[in-house]
Design a protein around this ligand. Structure first.
Ligand SMILES: Cc1cc2nc3c(=O)[nH]c(=O)nc-3n(C[C@H](O)[C@H](O)[C@H](O)COP(=O)(O)O)c2cc1C
Length: 192
């Protein structure tokens, strides 16, 4: 298969699939949730996590107002929830009510933690920077919520217990199964 090159970039999706998460926020008595595929860990010490969010999102406004956000990691059975909060606007509706989303109180912030999440980060906003048509919001993680039983040694997700939601772009979702895992020892491979 020969590669094609383009210099007129436009929108680019060649780096997908990505893990899809739900970003939660609250401010002024309103809580909200949105889907996000553009997110990343940035630092262990201090523990920093980044989410790239368009300023058009209602969630962005709530994060700026409250200076906090939650990042929720869901099992594949909850993929519909991601499509629901990613296809609706919190300015117009209460998504928690409309989609019957169960949530729990957080520990260090006031962001809602989704009950269906196998893991979630509570973040305190430490930076908000413009990058083109999105804003990179960086949060310091103040609490990690996780189903310890869903993780094996070294805090590696046990795919026999939980399958994460991966997002292929447009409206396509998939997951990763245990039988696709390969263990490649970096010490061995780094010396070949
Ligand atoms: C799977 C998926 C991933 C998305 N990823 C992002 C993202 O990383 N950043 C972003 O700004 N919007 C993203 N969106 C779009 C928002 O989730 C969507 O615009 C949502 O309606 C915003 O809700 P809000 O206005 O209530 O905040 C994504 C949507 C989907 C379905």
């Amino acid at each position: 298969m020969a590669k094609t090159v383009r210099e007129d970039i436009g929108e680019f999706y060649q780096h997908y699939p990505r893990v899809a998460v739900v970003v939660t926020a609250q401010a002024g008595g309103r809580k909200n949730a949105m889907a996000a595929a553009w997110h990343m860990s940035i630092s262990f010490s201090p523990p920093l996590y980044g989410v790239s969010i368009s300023p058009k999102r209602f969630t962005y406004q709530l994060i700026v107002d409250s200076k906090e956000f939650g990042v929720n990691f869901l099992p594949f059975e909850a993929a519909e929830l991601i499509a629901s909060v990613g296809g609706s606007h919190g300015q117009k509706i209460d998504k928690f009510e409309r989609f019957n989303i169960a949530w729990d109180k957080s520990l260090r912030t006031a962001v809602p933690i989704l009950r269906a999440a196998y893991a979630a980060y509570e973040c305190r906003l430490v930076d908000d920077r413009v990058y083109g048509d999105h804003r990179l919001l960086v949060g310091e993680i103040e609490a990690v919520h996780w189903l310890k039983d869903a993780f094996a040694a070294e805090e590696v997700l046990d795919l026999a217990k939980v399958n994460p939601v991966l997002y292929l772009g447009y409206d396509l979702y998939l997951t990763a199964s245990k039988d696709s895992v390969r263990s490649l020892d970096r010490e061995v491979y780094g010396k070949r």
